[in-house]
Design a protein around this ligand. Structure first.
Ligand SMILES: Nc1ncnc2c1ncn2[C@@H]1O[C@H](COP(=O)(O)OP(=O)(O)OP(=O)(O)O)[C@@H](O)[C@H]1O
Ligand SMILES: [Mg+2]
Length: 378
């Protein structure tokens, strides 16, 4: 294993085995046979699995169900005698024997990493076209995969879990898998690549910048050294939790205060995800509409965000460090799905008045994976 430039690169043992030698008589020199490798870039997050392969990018929810009936749908596969379904359909399927929402179960982001990888593969329209036939086998193919992923966790731990998958089936075909190269970047690394490029224009002499990531489970601040050609990550600052789930919890407390009909968490999450900022005669307010009742609980969202800032330990700690960095004249770039929600972005900006060095990156929810496209393979 090597660890350079803030990324960890692991080779699985099989990958160091020599490739088959082509024994054709001419030309006389033995030639190495080309192996077909499928490449997957994946950010298997607490709330959403973002993945990219063959120029196709998609996002699915981090929900994992076991089902009784095999399916031919996207996100469905069979592994170790169990039928799995991953993504939004896993939340609504009516024959689910068990269902896991990754963000709600401690350690699930690591323990269910293999399921999320297979879920991404099974949700990709062409990924399995990269499998090659096994001689004499009609219903078995071979798949060699290189993975590049974003993770807070240790790469060895994720690879060990992944290697428990030796074969899986989808739509009547069994795939024998070889996990070849496995590269782990720090979470938010794609955002750091874009920020690093911007830093070269904003302040050529800056030594470091910061990435603030509001994900589903956590709020994280990571410092990057920006002297060289690539951003080099330091140790991320976060605590437990503090992401959109924590905001949702405080939002729910505020919205369900008093004597009225209960508003369920899934209703509030949808209201939060489509919430907006409304400017009225020079003053701002948040609008968050609950489907069904059409009640606007934007005022409760405002209260919930304030409680999240004041009472959540990880949020308090991280936002204080953001303030330190800004006051020191350093740049803080924001990413993570939290910044796709306008009231969250507005609330964060409001904590740091007159800070033009707090920059929300474009498409903050997906930039961390998508910008990896710019890194050359190797
Ligand atoms: N385009 C969007 N519109 C509205 N809300 C969004 C959008 N994208 C993401 N979100 C919200 O932001 C949350 C966090 O998204 P993100 O993809 O950053 O989480 P994650 O990477 O899965 O979590 P973690 O980083 O904690 O593992 C989502 O759970 C969702 O509620
Ligand atoms: Mg994330």
């Amino acid at each position: 294993m090597s660890n350079t430039n803030g990324l960890t690169n692991l080779e699985s043992l099989e990958s160091i085995a020599p490739l088959d030698i082509n024994t054709i008589a001419t030309p006389p020199k033995p030639r190495q046979q080309r192996v077909k490798v499928s490449r997957l870039k994946i950010d298997a997050g607490n709330g959403r699995i973002k993945f990219l392969a063959n120029g196709y990018f998609d996002v699915i929810r981090s929900i994992i169900s076991t089902v009784t009936t095999p399916r031919n749908t996207l996100g469905a596969f069979e592994w170790e005698g169990t039928q799995w379904l991953i993504g939004a359909d896993a939340d609504v399927v009516n024959d689910a024997e068990s269902r896991i929402e990754v963000g709600l179960l401690s350690g699930a982001k690591i323990n269910y990493f293999p399921h999320m990888v297979l879920g991404a593969i099974a949700s990709h329209p062409t990924f399995l076209d990269g499998a090659t036939k096994v001689k004499g086998e009609k219903f078995c193919k071979r798949l060699i995969v290189d993975i590049e992923c974003l993770a807070f966790a240790r790469g060895e731990e994720l690879l060990t879990k992944l290697q428990t998958i030796q074969r899986f089936s989808k739509d009547g075909m069994t795939y024998e898998v070889q996990w070849r190269y496995f590269t782990v970047h720090p979470e938010g690394y794609g955002a750091a690549i874009v920020a690093h490029r911007q830093m070269k224009e904003l302040d050529q002499h800056a030594k470091q910048f910061h990435i603030l990531d509001i994900g589903n489970g956590t709020i994280t601040l990571t410092t990057y050294n920006c002297f060289g050609n690539k951003p080099l990550a330091g140790i991320p600052r976060s605590g437990s939790g503090g992401g959109v789930l924590a905001i949702l919890e405080k939002f729910s407390e505020a919205a369900n205060y008093g004597d009225h009909e209960t508003i369920y968490l899934d209703q509030l999450r949808k209201a939060l995800e489509r919430s907006i900022v409304i400017e009225d005669n020079g003053s701002k307010r948040y609008q968050a509409i609950v489907a069904g009742s059409r009640n606007d609980v934007g005022a409760s969202l405002q209260v919930g965000l304030r409680d999240w800032k004041d009472k959540h330990p990880a949020t308090r700690k991280v936002l204080k460090e953001v303030d330190e960095a800004l006051l020191d004249g350093e740049y803080v770039f924001c990413c993570g799905g939290g910044f796709e929600i306008p009231p969250i972005e507005d609330f964060i900006r409001a904590q740091f008045p007159h800070s033009d060095r707090l920059i929300v990156l474009p498409t903050p929810g997906t930039i961390s994976l998508r910008a990896l496209e710019e890194i050359k393979n190797g």
